[in-house]
Design a protein around this ligand. Sequence first.
Ligand SMILES: Cc1cc2nc3c(=O)[nH]c(=O)nc-3n(C[C@H](O)[C@H](O)[C@H](O)COP(=O)(O)OP(=O)(O)OC[C@H]3O[C@@H](n4cnc5c(N)ncnc54)[C@H](O)[C@@H]3O)c2cc1C
Length: 436
Amino acid sequence: MTEQPALRCEVLIVGGGPAGLFLAALLAQHGVDVAVLERRTAPSSDSRAIGLHPSALHALGEVGIAQQAADAGQPIRGGEARFRGRGLGALRFARASSDGFVLALPQSSTEALLEARLAALSPSALRRGWEVTGLQESAHGVVVTARRIAPRRTGDERTRSTDDDGVRNTSENAPSDSPEPLRAASPGSRSSSLSVQAELVVGADGARSGVREMLHLCTRGRHYPDSYLMGDFVDPTAARQDRDAAVHLEQEGVVESFPLPSRRRRWVVHTGNSVLRGNSPDELVELVRERTGNAPDPDTVSMLSSFTVRRRAADRLVTRRCVLIGDAAHEISPIGGQGMTLAWLDALDLAPLAARIDVVTDARDLRTVSGWLRFERSVQRRARTAGLIAAANTVLGRPTSAPLAVLRATAVRAALHTPLRHLLAWTYSMAWTRRH
Ligand SMILES: Cc1cc2nc3c(=O)[nH]c(=O)nc-3n(C[C@H](O)[C@H](O)[C@H](O)COP(=O)(O)OP(=O)(O)OC[C@H]3O[C@@H](n4cnc5c(N)ncnc54)[C@H](O)[C@@H]3O)c2cc1C
């Protein structure tokens, strides 16, 4: 029989993505005994989320790394809408937030900052290479079981298979996947399984949450008939001071571009209703060139992904002794890029409750505690609003007929030349979530 070293902690977080790492750092700051089980053996190299809204920067400030993020990132102070090579109008974030910008920083860099901060606060909190496979909750706490994941061999292939979120990646920054020393309950143990007893378990395990499934929580949602191809390239305009975003509302489908740090730029192209498999940087560059006249250099690609779009939300987020946050609780279309910010806002709401978990007397079920129910409602309300905005963005960028494309461009031009543009800037900078 396999030995199961028993570990105890107050709060166990399943998943060391942006939601889990951020919550763990917040709780460690509050002096909570927190552990994170993450199945990846090495940090992710995905640059999925690049947009840090002012609310996200405020959240990072709560764990003391806002300045580091700002130093590493690229401020985006506004964006221009374009159609058939002409500008339709621009919007600026100056009025919508005190920061006056949305910060562009690849998700892998953001996660690295969070991981370093957590390591400084609680060096053994993050345990990589453990996949949670079972969960048993009672009114007194939760017992979680996990199995050890062997590190992948180095020298990985250039193209990786579809990941957790239906995103296919081709990346030059292949994951390092270096062997990770096991930091289990009994140091030196090489056990293949682990059992953890916690007062509270937080499912921060992403869109395909296993915790959600183990808790038998239902979800509602839908798939959108939209597919995209995106890639990061060297940006020839990088020397300019005002590196803005651009949204090309073309008849064949939207093309979006965002400046990134390190003199790079992300291009995202709508590819109709079928995801392009076996895609190449040349294919993306050709689509960008045909629709916008811009031609990023395919030899400079550092990330290439194709993805489809889904919206899904769990009916309940709180059970007897478990709670969901981040993509596990609500997945929205990445168009408009709000998911990571939402995940951190969930964590900010949850942290004060989780830090007082010992105050909830032994026999109480969290579903009977008003603060926990308020938390659930507030997370769901915010996710619904973000989901509607993301859905509107997705629909706005679809391929359409020539007359409708002209009509769409005319409507956007009109909106950008009225005070409505301030409302758009407020929406796109997620100023509606501001709490500072
Ligand atoms: C193409 C794209 C672009 C995006 N752009 C933006 C953007 O610009 N701005 C923005 O705010 N958001 C953006 N998002 C959304 C953002 O990436 C997600 O909302 C965010 O990653 C959610 O964080 P999370 O921690 O909840 O989940 P995840 O990032 O999915 O992390 C979950 C973690 O849990 C681990 N895990 C899963 N199951 C287990 C298990 N059983 N045991 C242990 N560990 C487990 C996984 O390995 C993973 O590390 C984008 C998403 C995509 C796909």
